[in-house]
Design a binder for this molecule. Structure first.
Ligand code: FMN
Length: 226
């Protein structure tokens, strides 16, 4: 697939078919994705590829904690941060949520449907596979996140070449302790990102979502460029 087409095609997919993804394909995706740039070629990422029994245990562990309203461990508190009310960031967040809830026919009052929607993320959207990207805690967090972000985007783009789609998701690693336990991730590794991966179920309404983007001229300042 052409690179520009891949960038346009990538979107977050929130329901997958049960069809398994072969280890061979996942390996190819990670091998090419690891061509991502990183500061001074430090390649700070490590990949934990979850599937089968292990992923099912993570799903169950996550949902159990969610249903018991358990607070995530302190190492994950950064992903709970709320965007300031009235800010453009909060407004964009509300816009995508409204689109998704409308597609899924979930009203504000429908607590059961809202809870099920929330749990989907913690279940890795029932994807057959997921990649958890970690990085050594001894590395400075800011640079590490930039490097992990580039490899993460590569995973989402290169997956398309194999007919696979993805959803990057914080929800899957919110309960880092659950993921650590079942995937065997040691304490010296920071859980930086997770990507659910599989073949998309195009009949699922939320998979029709088209996230908006700010017109680019609102985000660019030309400096000495004619
Ligand atoms: C760091 C990061 C974390 C995300 N976490 C979640 C998540 O937990 N649950 C979810 O449904 N989507 C999650 N997303 C997907 C975003 O909601 C999505 O990328 C955004 O709405 C734009 O939509 P698009 O990916 O379809 O273009 C995450 C994306 C990123 C980059």
């Amino acid at each position: 697939m052409d690179i520009l087409e891949a960038i346009h095609t990538r979107k977050s997919i929130r329901k997958f078919t049960p069809e398994p993804v072969s280890k061979e394909i996942l390996r190819k995706i990670l091998e090419i994705s690891a061509r991502a740039p990183s500061a001074e070629n430090t390649q700070p990422w490590e990949f934990y590829v979850l599937g089968g029994e292990v992923l099912d245990k993570v799903r169950r562990g996550n949902v159990e904690k969610l249903e018991n309203f358990e607070m995530p461990p302190e190492e994950m508190h950064h992903i709970l941060v709320e965007r300031p009310k009235g800010s453009v960031y909060r407004n964009r967040q509300i816009e995508i949520a409204k689109q998704l809830f409308s597609l899924m026919d979930i009203s504000r009052e429908d607590k059961a449907k809202r809870a099920e929607w929330m749990a989907r993320g913690f279940r890795y959207f029932d994807a057959p596979a997921a990649v958890v990207i970690t990085a050594d805690k001894s590395l400075p967090i800011e640079g590490t996140y930039l490097d992990v972000g580039s490899v993460m985007q590569n995973i989402c783009l290169s997956a398309l070449e194999f007919g696979l789609h993805t959803c990057i998701e914080n929800q899957g690693i919110t309960y880092a302790d659950v993921v650590r336990e079942y995937a065997g991730i040691p304490e010296n590794q920071r859980l930086a990102a997770a990507v659910a991966i599989g073949y998309p179920d195009w009949d699922f309404p939320a998979n029709r979502v088209k996230s908006l983007r700010e017109p680019i001229d609102n985000q660019v300042t030309w400096c000495g460029v004619e």
